[in-house]
Design a protein around this ligand. Structure first.
Ligand SMILES: [Fe+2]
Length: 339
């Protein structure tokens, strides 16, 4: 086994000792890096655009195994705070109270945003539909579907005062200048998870063996569907719950079960994983490269799945390096005037 983990007294897998999150993690950067904050929380810094998602730094109602990498009062201003769903290991209200005035924007599903506005006084919280896209700085964000409305299947009065709908729970897909990052979030396995046209470069990977999560078999299937995707493990090793499956995933079990297990990253809280894309193109034989470049307007940014990559394509196709490479190849170049 190569993942480096610890074991609690009861044998539950837990991460290595927490590393203090440096303030530089919120500053300018020439990379895209994801820092694990514990449970499902993370900080994404994409070339200086800073996004926190589902931070649970203080105030959980179960015993925990690990120290937080930073306290809310020590967090500097950052660009956006995102939430996936209402469960308190994600929408952590005490942590939100300490962060809400530092976040430039707050985004969630419509229901969670409404709760944030009405109950937590986050007046600018913006709600979204599943599938909706928005931009934060240079990061393109899309809400992805989940199936995690477990409250709707509970019979107690605590939950039956309203309907809990699937659209109130989401994952997020992030397109960054350095590649794509997908957070499936807490969810039962869905067919859509296996149907992405392009594999994510990194998955923020819940592998909890629980019926309202991906299940272990579902986690193995998802990991093996995208065998080159880096797997930053989340939702494990933080809550002291050796017999409670939402929180007791074991990275060593996952490592023994998936293709390319070296891509598993069992970070310590506060550690980061940088995204680096191996986009080298090694063409052989005949190469067809088509492109439809154009200017970007507001409509395209809001509705197209080809936004940031469109600008990168323009930069690549007009680069001196590509012109020099083409000159060296035995290729016949065509444009529309030849057709
Ligand atoms: Fe959760």
């Amino acid at each position: 086994m190569s993942v480096q983990i610890r074991r609690s007294a009861s044998g539950q897998a837990m991460p290595r000792e927490t590393v203090a999150l440096p303030l530089e993690a919120f500053g300018p950067s020439d990379t895209t890096t994801v820092y694990w904050l514990g449970n499902a929380g993370f900080l994404l810094n994409s070339r200086g655009t800073t996004i926190m998602c589902d931070p649970l730094l203080v105030g959980f109602d179960m015993p925990v195994l690990v120290e937080p990498p930073i306290l809310p009062e020590d967090v500097p201003a950052f660009d956006a705070l995102l939430y996936t769903h209402i469960d308190n290991d994600h929408f952590a209200r005490e942590t939100l109270a300490g962060l809400k005035d530092k976040a430039g924007e707050v985004h969630a599903t419509h229901y969670v945003a409404q709760v944030a506005r009405d109950e937590e006084h986050v007046t600018g919280a913006t709600g979204h539909d599943i599938g909706e896209r928005f931009c934060i700085g240079n990061v393109d964000v899309t809400l992805t579907p989940t199936w995690h409305n477990w409250q709707d299947h509970m019979t107690s009065e605590k939950y039956q005062h309203r309907r809990w709908e699937r659209k109130e729970y989401c994952g997020y897909w992030f397109d960054t200048p350095d590649g794509s990052i997908w957070l499936p979030s807490d969810s039962r396995p869905l067919p859509e998870f296996l149907e992405w046209e392009k594999a994510p470069d990194m998955m923020l990977f819940d592998f909890a063996d629980n019926i309202w999560h991906i299940t272990f078999a579902g986690a193995v299937e998802l990991a093996n569907k995208y065998p080159e995707s880096e797997l930053l493990l989340i939702h494990w090793g933080c809550v002291d719950a050796p017999n409670y499956t939402p929180f007791n995933g074991d990275p060593e079990r996952l490592e023994a079960s998936i293709k390319n297990p070296e891509r598993i990253h069992a970070l310590a809280l506060g550690e980061g994983l940088a995204l680096s894309i191996g986009n080298e193109c090694a063409p052989s034989g005949r190469v067809a490269k088509t492109s439809s470049l154009g200017w970007l307007d507001d409509f395209i940014l809001r509705n197209s799945s080809l936004a940031i990559n469109r600008t990168r394509e323009a930069a690549a196709l007009s680069s001196p390096e590509l012109a020099a490479w083409l000159a060296e190849q035995d290729l016949e170049l065509l444009d529309y005037r030849d057709l």
